[in-house]
Design a protein around this ligand. Sequence first.
Ligand code: SAH
Length: 215
Amino acid sequence: MVDTYKHKGMRQKLVNSIREKGIKDERVLSAINNIPRHLFLDSSFLEFAYDDKPFPIGSGQTISQPYTVAFQSELLEIEKGLKVLEIGTGSGYQACVLEEMGAKVFSVERQKKLFIKTKAFLKKIGYQSKIFYGDGNKGLPTFAPFDRILITAAAPQIADDLLDQLKVGGIMVVPFGDGNVQSMIKITKGKNGELKKEDFGHFSFVPLLKNKAND
Ligand code: SAH
């Protein structure tokens, strides 16, 4: 569980490459610079932890590409103290990026094994994000409403439950669509509950699974 100068150097290079690809929010870049991504990968992938690529994390899931994490985080316009709901905890890396930016993170994962592993891991490395087991499509009514909602899996439709749990003035970011490629959609909820949708181009995510959580 060490973070060496070598890792820090590799991370700085990763941050530079993400900046070159167009990410401007310095708070996003500094969060990525602060988080030891190599700890989130199985040891066999250590060498590749700072490539700008997605990686398998077990249970058939992936840790998103750092550029994609940065892109979604930038669209969310995170400010200190905002309450953020993430659907698809996965490795927990994205949750940590939001937490580093000052958000209060609530994250839902439907794969029990991943949920157990990631919850324990985040605690171990000192992050406070609250991790829940269940179907993210239902959101977390007990903790709603949220300032921001982030979906980190491909959503063929956007659950009404999630839209209901978004505050007025809130932002939801979701890779929308089925198939191999989705459109990154930013939804802003207006004063009267009206939804403004903007399309930020194509990305590729693993699918958001429907129905009950599985073990
Ligand atoms: N944000 C993650 C990457 C997410 S990959 C990270 O930073 O590593 C997508 C994740 O969504 C997977 O872990 C998958 O198990 C989870 N997922 C899929 N359908 C879901 C659902 N209905 N509710 C909650 N999580 C779901």
